[in-house]
Design a protein around this ligand. Structure first.
Ligand code: SF4
Length: 554
């Protein structure tokens, strides 16, 4: 009678980005390990903080997970062998505490618990609540360990450093049926492992500077599966998708032919974008996320991040010219960065017209180069997950808090408020830098910015907040006459974006002729206000061959 091997994790949310890929990869490797054939039944069991009955209290959550895992083991293999079950935990910074406590409960009942994942990889000897910890990619070591445990061949070390597997032979959890992307309304798609860069704050900082690619046959087969299952969105796991341009182009063509309607998210290097590649991106529905992190030269040197501002801006201008959607990332709390240089980073980022600007607090993750150098760099940070920086030599605790507020305001007003089209025009007419604008917005809208769920609000509601704030701001600055133009561009592009989003038409009444509002003239709010006469127009937005358009209505 077979024993159960249950691969498990705890997810923040049930979404394609949070899909339990790590646990699924281990389940797939265990399932296909020849020496375990007939000895085990494998199952993937993921828990989610959003599950209706998932306890809020951490102790109760651990107990809940332990009980559910025992139940799952009983379902997978009934009878006496359920007691021989082995549980494999995939641990991240934010879930390791709950999972380790669940493992302790299971071990008290005689079950074997193995842990892996990024947090364990970072410091495998630290977590004593598991029987075994496996550092690195577990596809080689975990099946071997389970085989040793079940066959009682040899005593295994408690801490195992797993060698990297050959990506041409490991099994795909999607093709194996271990994980169904339909259940998560999308997929996380691994194209490569490793990174040619070594940013000091990243787990890759101490790895080899190599990128290993998954074979094309596997990639094609997974694409065919995504097509068959009509997967709506795919998050590509390859930290620098365009480092190998030839392969990037080949894959984009393959994606366009197999899954033309699926939306893809890529991580890319702006410096390596050229016209040909940008045009290939336009052939599929997709968005790129690009790490900027800082514009401060000293900081970038300290974290070992190459940055060529000229090439970076050139790459982004090509994306803008070709109409490729992209977002940028920034980090606050980096060594060498003070509050003023961090604000410069925001101002530079916004000047590049990103669709979204994600701003994160630096985490000093154990297992990274930055962790080893943190003291000499003067980084003071939390000693427990999520290891956020409190303050540094250059940025005080109070300034870190101010940076956090800027991030919250940017997230609400710019990202959730879909302000990319008009935000730079707005800052120009107000003669206000983006970072200062976010500060002012935060002060007047603290509750909204601090509400974690506010960004999921209906966009129309956010637009009302934007308009009411802007009306007041223009009034306070004695610039009322420009408000009618501002109101038009906010309303017009808001309605267009919602129509793209939902496919639904909207009626909008504008102060000016919509043809002019939609034109480049409106990017200069001063010129537009002084040269375009007010003339009420009523329009209806609609989708026209995949693009949002508008028509005049009476
Ligand atoms: S942060 Fe991104 S680019 Fe830098 S080492 Fe990590 S994966 Fe590579």
């Amino acid at each position: 009678m077979a024993a159960a091997v249950i691969c498990t994790t705890l997810l923040i949310e049930k979404s394609p980005q949070a899909l339990p890929l790590g646990a699924a990869c281990i389940a797939s490797a265990v399932k296909n390990y020849p020496e375990l054939k007939g000895l085990i039944e494998v199952s993937l069991k993921a828990f989610c903080l959003e599950d209706k009955d998932f306890p809020k209290d951490k102790n109760a959550a651990s107990l809940y997970i332990a009980n559910k895992l025992i139940e799952e083991a009983g379902n997978v293999c009934s009878g006496a062998n359920a007691s021989k079950s082995i549980f494999c935990f995939s641990c991240f910074v934010w879930n390791v505490g709950i999972l380790e406590a669940a493992a302790k409960i299971l071990r008290e009942k005689g079950f074997v618990c193995i842990a892996g994942g990024p947090e364990i990889t970072a410091h495998p000897s630290f977590y004593k609540g598991f029987d075994y910890t496996v550092s690195g990619e577990g596809e080689v070591s975990v099946p071997l360990l389970i085989s040793n445990i079940l066959n009682r061949y040899e005593k295994s070390d408690k801490v195992i450093i797993s060698p990297s597997p050959d990506l041409s032979v490991i099994h795909s959890p999607y093709l194996d049926g271990i994980i169904d992307p339909s259940e998560y309304e999308g997929a996380l798609w691994e194209l490569a492992r490793g990174c040619p860069y070594k940013c000091a704050y990243c787990y890759e900082s101490k790895g080899q500077k190599t990128v290993r690619m998954f074979p094309m046959e596997r990639i094609k087969a997974e694409l065919e599966l995504f097509a068959k299952k009509k997967v709506p969105q795919v998050f590509v796991l390859d930290p620098t998708y365009n480092v190998n341009k030839k392969r990037a182009v080949e894959l984009l063509r393959l994606i366009a032919s197999k899954t033309p309607d699926t939306f893809y998210y890529f991580e890319a290097r702006a410096e390596l974008i050229d016209r040909e590649l940008a045009r290939e991106f336009t052939r599929i529905p997709c968005a790129l996320q690009i790490g900027l992190q800082s514009t401060n030269e000293e900081t970038l040197k300290l974290v070992n991040r190459p940055f060529d501002k000229k090439k970076f801006t050139h790459g982004l201008s090509i994306l803008n010219e070709e109409g490729v959607t992209f977002g940028l990332d920034l980090i606050y709390g980096l060594p060498g960065e003070n509050f003023s240089s961090f604000r410069n980073g925001i101002d530079f980022a916004i000047s590049q017209y990103p669709n979204n600007l994600e701003i994160f607090c630096l985490s000093v993750l154990p297992g990274t180069d930055l962790f080893d150098r943190a003291d000499s760099l003067g980084l003071v940070y939390e000693k427990e997950p999520p290891y956020h920086v409190h303050h540094t030599k250059q940025i005080s605790k109070e300034e870190m808090e101010k940076a956090r507020k800027l991030a919250a305001a940017c997230s609400y007003f710019y990202n959730a408020g879909r302000a990319v089209t008009w935000f730079n025009s707005l800052c120009n007419i107000l003669k206000t830098k983006p970072s200062r604008f976010f500060e002012i917005f935060y002060e007047k809208n603290i509750a909204l910015c601090e509400n974690k769920n506010c960004c999921n609000e209906n966009h129309l509601e956010i637009e009302k907040v934007q308009l009411s704030f802007l009306k007041q701001l223009f009034y306070e600055r004695g610039m009322n006459k420009y408000y009618s133009t501002v109101e038009d561009i906010v309303k017009f592009y808001g309605a267009i974006s919602r129509t793209v989003d939902t496919g639904k038409s909207e009626i909008v009444i504008l102060n000016h002729n919509a043809e002019y509002v939609a034109s480049n003239y409106a990017s200069d709010i001063r010129w537009f206000t002084e040269n375009v006469k007010c003339q009420k127009s009523k329009i209806q937005t609609f989708m026209n061959h995949g693009e949002a358009d508008f028509r005049f209505v009476k």
